[in-house]
Design a protein around this ligand. Structure first.
Ligand SMILES: [Zn+2]
Length: 461
């Protein structure tokens, strides 16, 4: 069995690894590069393999940095089956159609200002390309073992990162000998809300593991949640509003879950709460189909508290008109809107409208990458540019740090530590500083042979 690393091999985004075994070619993930403009420009480049030569694709979860180039792969010739968990199969069209709409409108906007003779910009992919992906999907339940190709078997295990997120177990049998690869996908932290903890796996010949937070440990989650309650109290006393930039899948549902759990303590009945997202209604439906995947505590919250997605004062605003109407509310509104790093999406018009007011509270609940508006606000920029205009920042900016959807260094070491015999480990999906720190710790504590994936690197087991 050989594994070639073609993405998230030196950075966090663009997850993509090719497995060559039993005479077959199986791709794990086909993600989009995200972040700096130069990096994103690479998404349109040719794949480092012939898409039509692949026999199957396995997807770990529905985040765009793991599935975002699937429509391109299909448009360029891939026709094989796409294996993924049931909930991931339902989230995938929601995520990809949203990405296609954004790409189409970005291209249309760029093409309005073309110089004479300049070729028009093409979207990376269209909604039509997304439609071509859907007939190839082969949903699987967690823990079921499926023969996906002659000599190749697959099981998806709960990774506890977002709904449907999976750890991939892949067995290849060739001339009577069997080898096993475990790919962690993205691993959630232990005790993450709504979801179960990552599945424990004990056997592998090679482990490929993410390392996003390989160099640090998270703050205590309860302290973070308490801080959130304090912001609401403070904002209410000032007759203000609260804006929370958050990703449409995962973090938004988690926030509503905390609201339901602290409904009385935070006196939330007095607020108007908006989940302002064109995708949110569809994502909530997917969650509602999969209560069986929730952990016990979440199932109890859904039974015994106001239902997180049906809070009596929650408005899920799908249309642009409804979203714009929120601007006329003077005080008492909590608005959750994407994007999570405020580098696009509806949160921009809320920020533009409200940043100038002292009584506005902006709460960041996730990682803010360099170069994003979120990062500028977190770093206390006095002025920021939104849609080509400068805006004074008088609002109060809060960063609550303990709600990560990724395992921290301790969590990663523990998860790997369950494997018997310390199998060789390749670290992906992390910046070099994080990977080096994690490799050092795991090498010293568990005696494992650890390497850092580089683009084009190949491992044989
Ligand atoms: Zn992810």
């Amino acid at each position: 069995m050989q594994v070639e690393f073609h993405g998230a091999a030196g950075e966090v985004t663009g997850s993509m690894h090719l497995v060559l075994a039993a005479g077959r070619r199986v791709l794990l993930d086909c993600g989009m590069l995200q972040g700096r403009r130069e990096l994103e420009a690479q998404n349109a480049a040719p794949f480092p393999f012939e898409p039509a030569s692949l026999d199957a694709l396995v997807l770990s979860h529905a985040h765009i940095d793991h599935i975002g180039r699937v429509p391109l792969l299909v448009a360029r010739g891939f026709r094989g089956p796409i294996w993924l968990q049931q909930a991931t199969a339902e989230l995938l069209p929601v995520m990809l159609e949203d990405a296609a709409s954004l790409a189409e409108s970005d291209a249309a906007r760029a093409n309005r200002h073309l110089d004479p003779g300049q070729p028009p910009q093409q979207p990376l992919f269209t909604r039509q390309d997304v439609a071509s992906v859907l007939p190839l999907l082969r949903p699987l339940d967690y823990d079921a073992r499926a023969t996906i190709l002659p000599g190749i078997e697959l099981t998806l295990r709960d990774a506890g990162h977002i709904l449907g997120s999976s750890i991939v177990e892949l067995w290849a049998t060739e001339e009577g000998a069997s080898r096993k690869l475990v790919f962690s996908g993205d691993l959630g932290p232990r005790g993450t809300p709504i979801l179960r903890d990552p599945a424990v796996i004990e056997e592998a010949d090679l482990v490929v593991m993410e390392s996003t937070y390989g160099d640090r440990n998270h703050r205590d989650r309860q302290a973070t949640v308490d801080e959130l309650g304090e912001v609401f109290e403070h904002a209410w006393r000032e007759r203000g509003n609260v804006l929370i930039p958050a990703f449409a899948v995962g973090r938004s549902q988690e926030l509503l879950y905390w609201f339901a759990r602290h409904w009385d303590a935070w006196n939330l009945a007095r607020w108007r709460i908006f989940l302002d997202s064109p995708m949110a209604g569809r994502v909530v439906q997917v969650y509602d189909h999969h209560h069986a995947l929730f952990d016990e505590q979440a199932q109890a919250v859904w039974r015994q508290r106001p239902s997180p997605f049906r809070l009596p004062n929650l408005h899920i605003t799908a249309s642009t008109e409804e979203s714009m109407a929120i601007n006329s509310i003077r005080s008492g509104a909590i608005v959750i809107a994407g994007s999570g790093m405020a580098n696009g999406g509806r949160i921009l018009h809320h920020l533009r409208h409200r940043l100038g007011r002292r009584e506005t509270h902006v709460v960041f609940v996730g990682y803010q990458a360099e170069g994003t508006l979120g990062r500028r606000l977190v770093e206390r920029a006095p002025w920021v540019r939104i849609h080509g205009q400068d805006h004074r920042v008088n609002a109060q900016i809060h960063t609550v740090g303990g709600l990560s959807a990724h395992a921290d260094q301790q969590g990663l070491i523990e998860w790997y530590g369950h494997f018997r015999g310390a199998p060789p480990l390749v670290l992906v999906h992390g910046e070099d500083r994080a990977r080096e720190a994690l490799a050092g710790e795991i090498g010293a504590r568990l005696g494992a042979q650890v390497s850092l994936a580089r683009p084009g690197m190949r491992r044989t087991v």
